[in-house]
Ligand binder design. Structure first.
Ligand code: AMP
Ligand code: MG
Length: 421
């Protein structure tokens, strides 16, 4: 059996290919991945600014004992000041440019204005309430490196240096389909032996959250010919084909022979629970009989994701297995395809407020919840078919093989907030 770390390393190693880029208005680039570094063309703030409503002063005037100063100018934000005449103060407002010659701002609460003069009640330190030019960003600095996922605050930062457009990686295109004759769509009556196709909803939501472009081929019958036909169709125009179910080796599991016939496949037994079986491979584009697509690079099947192939990942069908294997393997794979550097979620060290007297020989990913005391509670039923656990929980405890968890012990907890962003 393969360890979770080795399985992830193999996937990330294969996902090195870089997708094309496009230019978007900064306002439309939320959640996209930066294709090139953003370099600031200016200092931020671009000049010394006042951080308070108050008075700009020369400290030397105050140290000479003079506390009552005539007000020589008024500087609202957005207006260029005159140099500050010695022996005077300037009325100034938050965000306004500090006049040359002034070396501190005294907040208005520490002054007394009377007519055309102001009395300074506080002795400021040099630079007090002045935000220096370039205090946040220096001209020429890389403020956002390529590979950054654009959060709202990253868009704000890009805008603060005047970027109206950003170069981003194009969206990853993913084809999905679901195997299993027992699957029924919500809205249709449930025949005997049938279950609802819950994974379609989970996976579509997960892919949408990652910003993928999704083609959904729906439920594909548990037949070799139908599975092969869908693979052939989905190989065009996508970076990844993702399937769910049918990756065990029962005779009703046709994904394995279908991908082998249409490309190449490794069947992995990963030492993890839930989600042992996972299939990784690639499907040829322009298979026999599809002359139109046999083009440049079509002969090269050794390098994944050349124009000749589309990546393939087959997830196990049990709903919790689908969810967990997506989060641990497919999510980092898709992020890396898009050029994201940091794809591993940050884990927390939290106290287990439960005892699990039996370890498992596999690496367990236990659904747990943070309790009001700051420790972790465990969902009582950890079966890979119990989807309830994924809604109840706040994240996964990453429990190493054969490890018994005693109450009070610190465990590695990966919050869903890290895995679902
Ligand atoms: P499989 O991986 O095809 O052997 O399926 C394992 C279990 O997951 C079976 O109980 C299936 O009925 C169930 N399952 C497979 N696909 C789905 C799906 N799309 N939604 C919900 N359950 C599924
Ligand atoms: Mg099945």
């Amino acid at each position: 059996m393969l360890s979770t770390a080795d399985a992830l390393a193999t996937l990330l190693g294969a996902a090195g290919a870089v997708l094309g880029k496009e230019t978007l208005p900064t306002l439309e680039a939320l959640n996209r991945v930066l294709a090139v570094d953003v370099v600031s063309p200016l200092d931020v703030p671009p000049m010394h600014t006042s951080a308070m409503d108050g008075y700009a002063v020369r400290i030397a005037d105050l140290t000479q004992g003079e506390r009552r100063l005539p007000v020589s100018q008024r500087i609202p934000a957005g207006h260029a000041p005159q140099p500050l005449a010695a022996g005077t103060a300037a009325r100034i407002f938050t965000g306004a440019t500090v006049p040359p010659g002034a070396d501190a701002i005294v907040m208005q609460e520490q002054t007394e204005a009377a007519g055309d003069a102001v009395t300074i009640l506080h002795m400021p330190k040099a630079g007090e309430w002045i935000t220096a030019q370039g205090a946040d960003i220096r001209s020429g600095a890389v403020i956002l490196p390529a590979g950054t996922r654009l959060t709202p605050q990253a868009l704000g930062l890009a805008a603060s240096v005047g970027c109206a457009e950003l170069s981003v990686v194009r969206r990853v295109k993913v084809a999905v389909f679901f195997t299993g004759d027992e699957l029924t769509m919500p809205g249709e009556p449930l025949k005997p032996g049938a279950i609802y196709n819950s994974n379609r909803f989970t996976l579509r939501g997960l892919l949408e959250k990652l910003g993928c472009e999704v083609s959904d081929y729906g439920i594909v019958a548990d037949r070799l010919d139908a599975t092969r036909a869908t693979l052939r169709e989905a190989a065009h125009g996508h970076d990844l084909i993702l399937t769910c179910g049918g990756v065990s080796v029962g005779e009703e599991d046709h994904v394995k022979p279908a991908v082998e016939a249409e490309g190449r496949l490794s069947m992995w037994q990963i030492a993890m629970k839930p989600g042992k079986p996972l299939a990784f491979g690639a499907v040829r584009r322009g298979a026999v009989g599809d002359v139109s697509d046999v083009g440049a690079g079509a002969a090269d099947t050794s390098t994944p994701n050349t124009p000749a192939e589309t990546f393939f990942i087959g997830l196990p069908g049990n709903p919790v297995s689908t969810f967990v294997t997506f989060l641990l393997f497919v999510r980092p794979f898709l992020l890396r395809l898009a050029g994201v550097r940091t794809v591993t979620p940050r884990a927390l060290s939290l106290r287990a407020d439960f005892t699990q007297s039996k370890g498992d020989r596999r690496n367990e990913f236990l659904r747990a919840r943070v309790n009001p005391a700051g420790g972790l509670d465990l969902f009582p039923n950890q079966s890979s078919a119990v989807l309830t656990s994924t809604v109840w929980g706040d994240g996964l405890i990453d429990n190493p093989p054969n490890h018994v968890i005693s109450a009070g012990e610190t465990v590695r907890f990966i919050p869903f907030s890290e895995l679902l962003n």
